[in-house]
Design a binder for this molecule. Structure first.
Ligand SMILES: Nc1ncnc2c1ncn2[C@@H]1O[C@H](COP(=O)(O)OP(=O)(O)O)[C@@H](O)[C@H]1O
Ligand SMILES: [Mg+2]
Length: 371
């Protein structure tokens, strides 16, 4: 590319992790070299409206949108652009606001990390940072993710799945939890993040409450055997030949790594590198790479493990396809500890997105049959 790369940075979003996205986006925006990148900020409000204009990030952080214009992208491949919408004599006009070569969705959770917005970029034929539709949606769905891990012989915690339609007969649901018999259990909405709706339950009574709360967030609820565990995370980076970082450890400030402990209590600790035997490090790295490839991740992901405090047994808890990018986030910190600076990491992610797009452009999509 002989012009600066025209980069869209997309942040905010319709998710419980809106505020976290803004903090991640601030770090990403501050680090970008403006000689290399011509940056367009695109914000998504909590209601899902897209906005462009001056300093979108601050406007979103202050929830003051007056200075911004509504924006949109079109699901057609001839137009990798972001438009602003103008009202003129009762009609709404689309005006090209910026041409884009690539977009970085610095979004977390629903509508950001779950494949939905990735689907829009695909239709738009726009290069984007991170996993595609498949990797994003499987990475986001804790239930389907487990099935894929089991199929690839990657250890995960035992679990049962409950559908909210079953809740009409709570007794039958609780009978299933009793038969599962793995207290304490962790109860979680299948499609959420940031520990929203996650409950540690010691008995059936607590489980009943946990299930009802988790059902507020999703149709599908996972009930998992609770592990008395250390929490170990590894960063993965790359497309077809991904590499994996050293492991880091989270020591949560609370009984588990709850929303409160993640974002409101700064006494949670990050320990890099995690104190582990070499053999265990190798095993975690192997599982992290295998999990990454088995759900077809691209660009980046953070693999989060639970390591039993007594037996040392390892379980893959989840893969986050858009990990946090704040200055204290584990994903960039692990790369820094491996010698890759925050700024170089962001540049590499953008390069990987552009590389992936070139590869997609080479794929033949029509078949000329001359029979
Ligand atoms: N099976 C489990 N055993 C022990 N702790 C768990 C288990 N599942 C979740 N946790 C705790 O709950 C936290 C949030 O659960 P997680 O599955 O990572 O959901 P989220 O996607 O919201 O981060 C974890 O970081 C961990 O502290
Ligand atoms: Mg987690």
């Amino acid at each position: 590319m002989n012009h600066p790369v025209r980069l869209g940075v997309l942040f905010g979003g319709r998710s419980g992790e809106h505020a976290v996205s803004l903090v991640s986006a601030r770090s990403v925006l501050e680090t970008l070299d403006r000689d290399k990148y011509q940056v367009t900020q695109i914000g998504i409000t909590l209601e899902g409206d897209w906005l462009v204009g001056d300093d979108v990030l601050s406007a979103l952080a202050n929830q003051k949108y007056n200075s911004l214009s509504p924006a949109a992208m079109l699901p057609v491949p001839s137009r990798p652009q972001v438009f602003s919408l103008k009202k003129v004599e009762g009609a709404e006009l689309l005006e090209v606001f910026a041409e884009l070569d690539v977009i970085f969705p610095v979004l977390h959770g629903s509508y950001g990390e779950d494949g939905t917005v990735q689907g829009l970029f695909e239709l738009n034929n726009l290069a984007y940072v991170g996993a595609g539709v498949l990797g994003s949606s499987v990475g986001m769905d804790k239930a389907l993710f487990k099935d894929v891990m089991v199929a690839n012989q990657i250890p995960v915690t035992p679990a049962i799945l409950i559908r909210s339609s079953e809740l009409d007969d709570m007794e039958a649901v609780l009978a299933r939890v009793r038969d599962f018999n793995q207290f304490p259990v962790f109860i979680k909405p299948a499609n959420m993040g940031s520990s929203v709706g996650v409950h540690k339950c010691q008995d059936l009574e607590e489980a009943a409450e946990g299930i009802l709360d988790a059902a507020r967030y999703d149709r599908r609820i996972l009930i998992e055997k609770g592990i008395n565990a250390r929490e170990i995370e590894l960063s993965v980076l790359g497309n077809d030949h991904p590499r994996v970082s050293i492991p880091g450890e989270i020591r949560p400030a609370a009984e588990f790594y709850s929303y409160e402990a993640k974002y409101h209590d700064d006494s949670s600790e990050l320990i890099i590198p995690a104190p582990l035997e070499d053999e265990q490090v190798n095993l975690l790295q192997e599982y992290a790479l295998l999990a990454y490839q088995s759900i077809d991740c691209l660009g980046m992901a953070r693999a989060d493990f639970l390591v039993d405090k007594e037996s040392g047994e390892v379980f893959l808890n989840e893969v986050n396809t858009i990990p946090g990018f704040t200055p204290i986030s584990m994903y960039p910190k692990l790369w820094e500890a491996s010698g890759l600076s925050y700024a170089n990491l962001i540049e590499e992610l953008i390069d990987l997105a552009l590389e992936r797009q070139q590869e997609k452009d080479r794929i033949i999509r029509k078949y000329d049959y001359e029979g």
